[in-house]
Every structure is written in C-alpha cells, then in structure tokens.
Design a protein around this ligand. Structure first.
Ligand code: GRF
Length: 217
C-alpha cells in the first residue's frame, strides 16, 4: 500500500460488528484508511470498547444531554471536526442527522443499511422483509443525504430468504455481507475510485451499480 491512509471517523450506537469489520480490514492491509476516532451517541456502546481494544480514540456525545437535535448535532459536528476526517462512516449509528450536518459532508458520509434500499428504509428491516414475503433481501451501502436511508447507492449485497426464516436468522445472513461490502466501499473511497457527482455514485468513472452489475430492485 502506498500513499497516506485516508483519515476516517466512524459513528456508532451499539454492538459494533461493522466497526470491527473495518478495524480488521485496515489491520489486514486491505483498506488504506486510518480510523482517527470512533464516536457514539451512547456512552455504553460495546462498539466503543472494540475501538479502545484496537487503540483507537473514542468519544461519546450523548444525544440525551441536549434539549434538541440541533444542539446535539452542533456538539457532534464539533467533535467530528476535531479529527479532520475525509470520510465519515455510519456503522450502526442510530440517530438521524439533519441537513446541516449532512450537507457539510456531502459525498463524504456513508451508511450501511440492512435492506436492499429503496425497500425497507428505517428500523426492523428483517421482520418487515419477512412479512412482505420477499424472496431476496440484503444490505446497502449508500452516501448519506438529508432523507432517511435514501441516499445514492454505492453497493448492495443480496441474500436469499429461506422458508422458515426468522428475523434473527435473516439478520445474521445479511450481517455477514454487511461486513464485506462496508470495508470494500471504504477501500474504494480511500483509493479515490468512488465519487458522488450530483446524485450519481461513480466507481472508476462509471455509475457504481452498473459497474457492479447489481441494480436495485
Ligand atoms: C447493522 O445491521 C447495520 O446495518 C444497522 O445496524 C446494525 C448495526 O450492527 N444500521 P453493528 O453495531 O455494526 O453490529
């Protein structure tokens, strides 16, 4: 690997298995990035412990300490900017970010969502997918814009839905793929191959989903 690693900040809220997949991929030399800090809105998030174990700086900005979303975001933005990231990764970050935050980092914030967007934005995606009777489900990495789980798509991974699946079994099947596509998307970005132009995601200069031969359902 040559050149300087891309400085990134990862925002988390919970257990942090996606964070772990990024930490591991960087440690394995697969992703030319360096996690400057892991920041959580939940001081007790297990993800922060994973970061500490990997020797990464951690911060907690507890949304409950602020009277409104704007106050929380101002504080969060301040902490994030202290680490001067070139990319912000939302890896199981469970707060909605407003336009003030998102526009400041347009084309430089990505999120992992456990469904084949545009299907099933929001919470509880695995249960909802089973209730809808889909035969295929999956995960999406996308650039974050002002709308919830609706930004331009970078990559998707598909998994089959089997008869008798439970939300837990389906979630585990999807999660394995999340752990592959999120580090891969960060690698593309760090290698300078990924770009948000208008509302189109370009990978190596071609629309990303076309380049991957995977179009959203
Ligand atoms: C993942 O399924 C992610 O797609 C969703 O929240 C979950 C977080 O899991 N946004 P983890 O904290 O990365 O283990």
């Amino acid at each position: 690997m040559s050149g300087k690693p891309l400085p990134i900040v990862v925002l988390v809220s919970g257990r942090g298995t996606n964070l772990q997949s990024i930490i591991d991929a960087i440690a394995a030399g697969e992703v030319p990035a360096a996690i400057r800090a892991v920041i959580s809105n939940e001081a007790g998030a297990p993800a922060l412990e994973r970061a500490r174990r990997a020797g990464i700086a951690t911060e907690a900005v507890a949304h409950r300490d602020f009277p409104d979303r704007e106050g929380f975001e101002r504080a969060l933005l301040h902490v994030v900017e202290g680490y001067a990231p070139q990319l912000i990764v939302l890896a199981g970050f469970m707060r909605i970010l407003t336009r003030t935050f998102v526009d400041r980092y347009r084309g430089r914030i990505m999120n992992i969502h456990p469904s084949l967007l545009p299907r099933f934005p929001g919470l509880d995606t695995h249960r909802r997918a089973l209730e809808a009777g889909v035969s295929e489900h999956g995960a999406t990495v996308h650039f974050v814009t002002g709308e919830l789980d609706a930004g331009p798509i970078i990559a998707q991974a598909r998994v089959p839905v089997y008869p008798g699946d439970t939300p837990e079994r389906l979630a585990a099947r999807v999660l394995e793929h999340e752990h592959r596509i999120l580090p891969r998307a960060i690698r593309w970005f760090a290698e300078g191959r990924l770009e948000l132009r208008g509302d189109t995601v370009l990978l190596d200069g071609r629309p990303a989903l076309e380049a991957l031969d995977e179009s959203p359902t």
